[in-house]
Design a protein around this ligand. Structure first.
Ligand SMILES: NC(=O)c1ccc[n+]([C@@H]2O[C@H](COP(=O)([O-])OP(=O)(O)OC[C@H]3O[C@@H](n4cnc5c(N)ncnc54)[C@H](OP(=O)(O)O)[C@@H]3O)[C@@H](O)[C@H]2O)c1
Length: 263
């Protein structure tokens, strides 16, 4: 039987030291490591995924089997730091997304940073195929639904009635630049994208990704689960590693920042 620890101890493999929870927040601060902590963060689009060793991001259609206590810790730290959690409708449907849950301590820290106590979930959809009775609408703060002008009114109206703020970002399709601009205009510039592959692929394609956090899960999966990103054309974006952590369960946690000095 696999050993599971109750509390995760993270080790920074660069510095060879154990991290406290406060160190973890510093490790994942919303800026490139060269930027001074005092600098005001403007737009920052971070993505977070968990992947198996062979590149699978799901097992039987969901990511849960790849995770761990440590992955959950990082997942919740990243949510606690974000202004908004951005997710594709495919992932929201597959993972039965609800609202973000933020601890009392994190609410205090968020308020002190000038953030709302709880980040909203922003769901990106072309079709508007979101269930107004889903868990998304039972969160503490209403979700945002990001769509385009051509989304069917009969699908969007019930979402609005259920409390969603509908954001139109594009004419025939959602334009990723317009989407990120709309979030920034709403005072939500620190974006945490939790996937899935099509949304992440569009953000790579449009070169909007500033950072990728990857949990590498010590499993082989094979099967037909997709990889992290999907788009119609290849894109090559140079990234630079800024963090390399592990834990006692053998998971690896890497943080990669876009290197715009290169391709
Ligand atoms: N391991 C991980 O960390 C992780 C993270 C996330 C997801 N996943 C897995 O990924 C799978 C879901 O994959 P997926 O490809 O369906 O994910 P997805 O990218 O979340 O969803 C695709 C759908 O989202 C909407 N969408 C995404 N980008 C859009 C854009 N630019 N414009 C308009 N709509 C956009 C569309 O919804 P409509 O169909 O409504 O138009 C599209 O059909 C699940 O198995 C999930 O478990 C794993």
């Amino acid at each position: 039987m696999e050993h599971r620890s109750v509390e995760t101890h993270f080790t920074d493999l660069h510095a060879g030291r154990t991290l406290t929870p406060a160190d973890l927040d510093e490790e994942y601060a919303h800026r490139s490591p060269e930027t001074p902590a005092s600098a005001q963060t403007t737009r920052w689009v971070r993505a977070n995924f968990v992947s198996s060793l062979d590149g699978a991001i799901s097992v039987e259609g969901r990511s849960g089997a790849l995770g761990s206590m440590g992955d959950k810790t990082v997942f919740h730290r990243l949510r606690a730091l974000a202004d908004v959690v951005l997710v594709g409708a495919g992932t929201a449907r597959a993972e039965d997304y609800g609202g973000a849950v933020i601890s009392a301590q994190d609410r205090g820290a968020r308020t002190a940073r000038g953030q709302a106590p709880v980040p909203p979930i922003a769901v990106v959809t072309g079709s508007g195929r979101i269930d107004a009775d889903s868990r998304l609408f039972s969160g503490e703060v209403p979700p945002l639904v990001i769509t385009s002008k051509t989304a069917p009114t009969e699908r969007i109206t019930p979402l609005r009635k259920a409390g969603a703020e509908v954001v139109i970002a594009g004419d025939d399709a959602v334009d990723p630049h317009a989407m990120i601009a709309a979030l920034t205009e709403r005072g939500l510039p620190r974006v945490l994208c939790e996937g899935g592959p099509h949304l992440f692929g569009d953000l790579i394609d449009t070169d909007l990704i500033d950072e990728l956090c990857v949990t590498t899960s010590p499993h082989l999966v094979a099967g037909r689960g997709g990889r992290m990103a999907a788009s119609s054309a290849d894109a090559l974006r140079r990234m630079r590693r800024t963090a390399l952590l592990t834990d006692q369960d053998g998971f690896l946690y890497t943080r990669w920042v876009r290197d715009r000095s290169q391709q």
